[in-house]
Design a protein around this ligand. Structure first.
Ligand code: DQA
Length: 143
């Protein structure tokens, strides 16, 4: 199974960015955890982090035939990027939207995600880096 792991803006600073909210693990640590978790499932992973909306959209388009599932932490784009929502809707692959923090316990502008309501999208939030591992297991079990 092929899974694309996308991370959006500011997630390159994990580990040093607001560690009381997002934890002390870096994105490289999380990617390594995912690689190890994927091995027994025979899952092939591709990773991309970008601070740019268009780069994330391009990656979804470019990998749409290769990927069978998508793990995506869109960062703040979750709250307002209809262009990313449209990209995810266009490819109709199962996606797990991951947020390290629990959006409902934070500022009101974070309570809404533009991806929710799409039939191919499920949400995992508030479980820190473990949320990415749960997403991988959910996708691997589903296909
Ligand atoms: C986040 C939550 C977003 O609201 C925020 O903009 C982020 C990180 C999370 O993983 O908890 O950048 O997606």
């Amino acid at each position: 199974m092929n899974i694309l792991v996308l991370n959006g803006p500011n997630l390159n600073l994990l580990g040093e960015r607001e560690p009381e909210v997002y934890g002390r693990q870096t994105l490289a640590d999380i990617e390594e955890m995912l690689r190890r978790e994927a091995e027994p499932f025979h899952v092939e992973l591709r990773f991309l982090q970008s601070n740019h909306e268009g780069v994330l959209i391009d990656a979804i388009h470019a990998e749409r035939k290769w990927m069978e599932g998508l793990i995506f932490n869109p960062g703040a784009f979750a709250h307002y990027s209809y262009a990313l929502r449209d990209a995810v809707a266009s490819v109709t692959k199962p996606m797990i939207e991951v947020h390290l923090s629990d959006l409902l316990l934070r500022e009101e502008f974070r309570h809404h995600s533009v991806f929710q309501g799409l039939p191919n999208v499920r949400l995992i939030m508030g479980r820190g880096a473990q949320g990415y591992l749960s997403a991988l297991r959910l996708l691997a079990d589903a296909v």
